[in-house]
Design a protein around this ligand. Structure first.
Ligand code: NAD
Length: 254
């Protein structure tokens, strides 16, 4: 049976990488899916493809670091599909550069897209979710929330914040039926993951896809992140709240 039947899901970054895999999987499991991604991203195409396959999906363009755009996108999804009962805060960007060369603008941009976005989107979604009787918030964190990776002070700091955002939301809202959990993927062969390897290489960090794959056994697949998110989104996780679910094949367990 479909595990998300009757739920409305909003996925930020839902048009690319693991966000796309989650949009596809959530729709296949019966959710009505609101894809929030940058204007001009492939969101419209993805939503159309899902509708052609018989699912309910809509694209609501927004830069998730912009309060006005977030408010409009959340309203668009709620108008189309009713209150959002699954929120996946997935959109995020990379930074791989020496700490002493990190500019203030770069710092603010990454913190805005990776962290402030969770504040803006979650704050816009929660009133409807609470009124609907509760729901699930999933925040995409990373192994970089718990292990320092070279040249990634900014990125690791932002992911550490995502990590604790989920936990503190869980504590503040559990009496209103809200569950909030974080997913912490290892290295994934998405545009983001492959860019990370390339950027680190340019900084002289001795990494390669092969080395990273070796550390985890292999690279993580976007579908595996989507499957972990599906569990957290579904009622199977009804007593799972404030958890950090690692999808890294034991990379951080050593
Ligand atoms: P990706 O780059 O393949 O896709 C990210 C999606 O987010 C894209 O569709 C992009 O358009 C969208 N996006 C970017 N900035 C946005 C903004 N300001 N507003 C709205 N949408 C925006 O990435 P991915 O591999 O799916 O990774 C994304 C998330 O996963 C990030 O939060 C990242 O920290 C996390 N993560 C990735 C890896 C990895 O190795 N790829 C590992 C751990 C965690």
């Amino acid at each position: 049976t479909a595990r998300l039947q009757g739920k409305t899901a909003l996925i930020t970054g839902g048009a690319g990488g693991c966000g796309l895999a989650a949009s596809e999987r959530f729709a296949a499991e019966g959710a009505k899916v609101g894809i929030v991604d940058l204007p001009g991203a492939k969101g419209e195409e993805v939503a159309r493809r899902l509708r052609e396959a018989g699912h309910q999906a809509i694209f609501a363009p927004a830069d998730v670091s912009d309060a006005g755009q977030v408010a409009r996108a959340v309203a668009t999804v709620e108008d189309a599909f009713g209150p959002i009962t699954v929120l996946m805060n997935h959109a995020g960007i990379l930074a791989a550069l020496p700490f002493l060369e990190t500019g203030e603008e770069e710092w603010d941009r990454v913190m805005a897209v990776n962290v402030k976005s969770m504040f803006l989107v979650t704050k816009a979604v929660l009133p409807g979710m609470i009124a609907a009787g509760g729901g699930s918030v999933i925040c995409t964190s990373s192994i970089s929330a718990v292990v320092g990776t070279p040249m990634e002070v900014l990125y690791c700091t932002s992911k550490g914040a995502c990590h604790m955002f989920a936990r503190a939301i869980a504590v503040e809202f559990r009496d209103r039926g809200i569950r909030a959990n974080a997913i912490c993927p290892g290295f994934i062969a998405t545009a983001h993951g492959l860019r990370e390897i390339e950027m680190l290489g340019k900084q002289g960090v001795d990494v390669s896809e092969g080395m990273i794959a070796q550390a985890q056994g292999r690279l993580c697949k976007p579908e595996e992140v989507a499957a972990a998110a599906l569990f957290l989104a579904s009622d199977d996780a009804s007593f799972v709240n404030g958890a950090h679910l690692f999808a890294d094949n034991g990379y951080t367990a050593i």
